[in-house]
Design a protein around this ligand. Sequence first.
Ligand code: NAD
Length: 425
Amino acid sequence: MAYIEPAPIKDKENPLESMMSRFDAAVEILGISEEMYYILKVPARQVIVGLPVTMDNGKIKVFEGYRVIHSTILGPGKGGIRFDPAVNLDEVRALAAWMTWKCAVVDIPYGGAKGGIACNPREMSAGEMERLMRAYTISMLDIFGPDKDIPAPDMGTGPREMAWLMDEFSKAKGMTINGVVTGKPLVLGGSLGRTEATGRGVMVSALAGMDKLRLNPYRATAAVQGFGNVGSHAAQLLQEKGVTICGISDISGAYYNSRGIDIEKAIAYRNQNGGTLEGFKEADLISNEELLALNVDVLVPAAKEDVITDDNAGNIQAKLIIEGANGPTSASADKIINEKGIMVVPDILANAGGVTVSYFEWVQNRIGYKWTLDRINRRTDRIMKDSFDKVFETSQKYKVPMRLAAYIVAIDKVASTYKFRGGYG
Ligand code: NAD
């Protein structure tokens, strides 16, 4: 089977277009029919709601909210709720599809969904946020449900908003239904291990990739871009496994020390320093561009989308890239990276530890029991490792890079499930 290189996209700033170009390439390799292509591509359900909310000044403001369930072929919809001024239906639609492939690649029984409200959480009081979240929940009463569609946090929302959603939904249904949403505070049925889950999955993916490349973690070096939830946990866990972390970075710049950076110290510094690494003295200040080009074995982009492009991919020296962030590599950079023989563990696989522990949260809610952290970590590690192995085997079978292999695994799973279930056609 020939490997069809995804067509480079014109708009480099659009990671969702990048994702769709890889989807198309995988569909072509699998030889999927035109009918199935549209079954997989067109969202199952798209909902737009108007949300009148009384603001603190007594005036009513009407917000527009969205929920797109891209697919329910594998199970109920699953995906976060984004509060951001730039939210629109197109974006939510694409993010929902992304969730379908992410859940399918790690083989958890969910479809894909995403929600959003065009609003600016930085300019809203807690009371305004609460009224907005409750209004959104009531509008989505027939959409959400532990067996139908299970939201979670995304940009601009967190455990606080999920608690409001769970409360409003439960009140409307006349009983406590905590499995309607994940990413809740621990006391409301949130799961242990959720905070560090994505970083943990990144660590497991990195070790699995190092093993294939015969890199000994105790002799390997790494650089991590982004020092938020994903990046800092990934760096800490990799260091615990023996990897020397030579470079870390955040929005303030990048910090390099060839002998390695003590990640515990860096986290403590960030926590006491208003959340940034600015002024961190245990390493030399370099730029984020220089960090990407460091002479290390492993590179972990864990900050934001589209940081590796055709402009800088040629400078990368790492042998292994683990995509902690969503969409950090533009489609146009894929070709350069593949030609250089760099192994990439793609976002839909590498950062799926988060949705995996969200799934565990839902399972615990449904059985009315709490698992220990140890059990959660062991199960997360197993799912991540098994998924890595499956994608690796697929990449060998079709002689394609890991990214395309991940899409092949995901699309094949959803398409074959659809065939078994049968449609109306
Ligand atoms: P975060 O807000 O906690 O951290 C982001 C970090 O990136 C911060 O340290 C910030 O300073 C840094 N950053 C921002 N812009 C930067 C730039 N231009 N250069 C260098 N650093 C920059 O976010 P997070 O939750 O860690 O998410 C990071 C990425 O991982 C996002 O792409 C997100 O979609 C993805 N992701 C997160 C999760 C999760 O569970 N948190 C799950 C899957 C995917």
